[in-house]
Design a protein around this ligand. Structure first.
Ligand code: HEM
Length: 267
């Protein structure tokens, strides 16, 4: 048996992979939230749309995406399986008497919080990721005045107003209009899809509830991942505690929650 097969088949090995995939997913969330902040830029969604093109065409990021899909599936299903095995193995009296005294409540609800997040990810990927890759997102044409920086946007359509598409994910050309250079960019308008989706208050409510679940899940999960990997040390524990509270339980969920609220209430 190779070390990899042994790792996947032993409980200790599976716990380690749940911890590693969990910490990898934490990193993904930092990148995803930071990248999505471009939704707040006042440029008709051009930066966000070009960022989406980069994220879906860059070969390195495409490869990392496959690790991401594996991580989501392994972490969710094996995490739930281990939580179920723990629950069955633990005598009820012990859990009732000592549970509250020994652990933060989030650690006892990781399975439920994780399940809410899994449902969220399925709905979320169906709305945006699947729609972007396999659906029919219309194209938008941006014209950027390279002198003044002014950007205008219009649907990419033929003279009769029928939507047109392009072979690549984005096309950029420089043209001269009245002697001034302009950059013409044609790309899928994922920004409009995001804006449209977040006009639905029920969906926004699902996002907000899910962000609470993510905050609580990560608050415990981030610290616990380090502990499982044996990387807890009195010298680093305060930093890990700080990151799990401020970055993962507060900034990341609040940043994500601001996006649907922005489109529902402001934009
Ligand atoms: C609430 C704010 C959020 C917005 C506006 C947002 C937006 C998007 C968009 C537009 C995509 C598709 C773009 C692409 O394929 O590159 C996407 C993909 C994805 N999102 Fe989000 N997202 C948000 C929050 C989250 C959260 C909280 C999670 C995880 C818990 C998440 C997980 C994912 C995953 C796994 C993908 C697929 C990424 C890939 O294919 O590489 N998103 N998101």
């Amino acid at each position: 048996m190779s070390w990899l097969t042994r790792m996947f088949s032993s409980t200790i090995g599976q716990k380690l992979i749940v911890a590693l995939t969990g910490l990898f997913l934490c990193t993904f969330l930092v990148v995803h939230m930071t990248g999505n902040l471009q939704l707040f830029k006042d440029d008709h969604g051009m930066s966000f749309n070009m960022y989406s093109v980069f994220m879906t065409t860059n070969p390195l990021i495409k490869t990392v995406s496959y690790i991401l899909y594996f991580s989501i599936l392994f972490h969710a299903f094996k995490g739930l399986h281990l939580a179920y095995k723990n629950m069955k193995a633990r005598p009820v009296g012990y859990a009732v008497v000592n549970g509250k005294a020994n652990s933060h409540w989030t650690s006892r609800y990781m399975g439920i919080l994780g399940t809410i997040i899994l449902v969220f990810i399925v709905v979320h990927m169906n709305d945006f990721w699947a729609e972007y890759k396999f659906g029919h997102i219309p194209y938008v044409q941006y014209t950027e005045n390279l002198e003044s920086g002014e950007i205008t946007a219009k649907p990419y359509a033929d003279e009769a107003g029928n939507p047109k598409s392009i072979a690549n994910k984005a096309e950029e050309t420089i043209v001269s209009i009245n002697g001034v250079d302009h950059k013409i960019t044609i790309t899928k308008d994922l920004y409009a899809e995001v804006a449209e989706t977040f006009k639905n208050p029920l969906l926004v409510a699902l996002y907000l509830i899910s962000m609470f679940a993510i905050g609580f899940h990560l608050y415990h999960g981030f610290q616990s991942g380090f502990q499982t990997l044996g990387l807890n040390h009195p010298r680093y524990n305060p930093a890990i505690q700080f990151l799990s509270t401020w970055v993962f339980a507060i900034i990341i969920p609040a940043g994500f929650a601001a996006m649907p609220l922005y489109f529902l209430l402001i934009k």
